[in-house]
Design a protein around this ligand. Structure first.
Ligand code: GUN
Ligand code: ZN
Length: 438
């Protein structure tokens, strides 16, 4: 007798997920026009054609009917800042003045754990509304901001990665660690949160200009001492920033090389932006399994530059898409795809919609070394998925009525979609957002 799991849920819809990167593999996706997703105890039990799978359900199993809609794995946003939620869309002529004028003063308020929890709740609401079920999140320099964030994400059962920013120079006094306090507080947070429930910790030196050599050294030591933690930072985002790093580290071969010298290039290291890299940098990222978080809405908004997809692919760098809120201008990974597509065009290359959906799901899971846990519907993966609705706006309905292919349908979602396209969001098999209900 097969053991029937106590909690079995089934969802009927079109299903799309990936088992390979469509840039390098033909037939990298699975598509079930009339599909069934079966979930047991928070994990995927099976995904396939309705006609093949419905007979495997125990008699009387309720099937949630999402026919006409599309179920895909929950989106994964690999770089954003929860303390910058309320300062999204703040005008400034470039990254460095934006940090000075808005970012640092805004992050000061996260010393207050009540404020931090309040913003974390809103931030998570917004992610789930947009269909993002996992994110790599920067806190502020205050450890209590990360406690507040994980407190809120664990209450909702979400798979989240976060870390306390480490900064001990070139920032206001009120946001400054010492090298020692930043490392000690980070280690305390690792012990408190890493692998606690679905939480994962990211060691988070903000970027080279705001860490002394001593802080970089201690962050690198932590990364070695806790090899299964994440590491997140910014690299080669903006030309003024790159010039500043050259002045601070004249002996380094490149900006990325500074991180390399401190042992920070490794699996589970996520580098935000990666615009002004050279070939040796890309090769080094690929050989160390370090990953890039591509942030097109932020890069266009701050005028930072255009990510080079073609060169990154030629070097086989692990890639993912990210919003970089509040430098980014939207929480929506669909809107992030919209801008990524245009960035690629401006660089003379072409990003198919299938590739963009891959990058926002399995590609990100691979970049985070989480394939098998997240990112597709392989049996045993965590049941984080979203329901996309092509009828969600009059324009999307009208455009998709004439779609001739899956590529056209996904392209319409990417170019015209936003939070309204997400009818429902599920995390660990639980419904955590229904459009129109909060
Ligand atoms: N570089 C250092 N800090 C930041 C930040 O908060 N946002 C962005 N976009 N770049 C940074
Ligand atoms: Zn950032």
């Amino acid at each position: 007798m097969p053991i029937v799991p106590a909690t079995l849920q089934a969802y009927r819809a079109s299903l799309l997920h990936f088992h390979a990167d469509p840039a390098f593999t033909e037939e990298a996706h699975a598509w079930h026009a009339d599909g069934l997703l079966i979930v047991a105890e928070g994990k995927v039990l099976a995904a396939g054609d309705y006609s093949a799978l419905q007979a495997t359900l125990p008699p009387g199993t309720h099937i949630v009917d999402y026919r006409g809609k599309l179920i895909v794995p929950g989106f994964i946003d690999t770089h954003l800042h929860f303390p910058q939620t309320e300062m999204i869309a703040s005008p400034a002529p470039g990254l460095l003045p934006w940090l000075e004028t808005y970012t640092f003063p805004t992050e000061r308020a996260f010393e207050d754990p009540v404020h931090a929890r309040n913003v974390a709740e809103f931030f998570l609401d917004e992610l789930l509304r947009c269909g993002t079920t996992t994110a790599m999140v920067y806190g502020s320099v205050h450890p209590q901001s990360v406690d507040a964030f994980f407190g809120a994400s664990e209450a909702r059962g979400l798979r989240m990665v976060a870390g306390k920013v480490m900064m001990d120079r070139n920032c206001p006094e009120f946001l400054r660690d010492t090298a020692e306090s930043g490392a000690r507080e980070s280690e305390e947070l690792i012990r408190r949160w890493h692998k606690h429930g679905r939480s994962l910790y990211a060691i988070t030196p903000r970027f080279v200009p705001t860490s002394t050599n001593e802080q970089m050294h201690l962050a690198g030591e932590l990364a070695r001492a806790y090899p299964d933690t994440y590491l997140q930072t910014h690299v080669s985002e903006n030309e003024d920033e790159c010039r500043w790093v050259r002045e601070l580290h004249p002996q380094a071969r490149s900006y990325l090389d500074v991180y390399d010298q401190y042992g920070m290039l490794r699996p589970r290291a996520m580098f935000g932006h990666c615009i002004w890299l050279d070939e040796r940098d890309r090769a080094r990222m690929a050989e160390t399994s370090s990953a890039a978080a591509i942030c097109p809405t932020s890069n266009l908004f701050l005028g930072s530059g255009l990510f080079d997809f073609e060169r990154a692919d030629a070097a086989k760098v692990l890639l993912s898409l990210a919003t970089d809120v509040g430098g980014g201008t939207s929480f929506s990974m669909l809107q992030t795809m919209n801008e990524a597509y245009k960035v690629a065009r401006l660089k003379g290359s072409y990003l198919p919609a299938l590739r963009m959906f891959y990058l926002a799901t399995l590609g990100a899971a691979r970049a985070m070394q989480l394939e098998g846990t997240l990112g597709n519907f392989t049996a045993g993966t965590e049941a984080d998925f979203i329901v996309l609705d092509k009828q969600s706006t009059p324009l999307l309905a009208r455009r998709t009525a004439g779609c001739q292919s899956l590529e056209e349908l996904l392209f319409a979602f990417a170019l015209l979609g936003d939070d309204r396209a997400v009818a429902a969001t599920y995390s660990g098999g639980q419904c955590v957002h229904v459009r129109g209900q909060g």
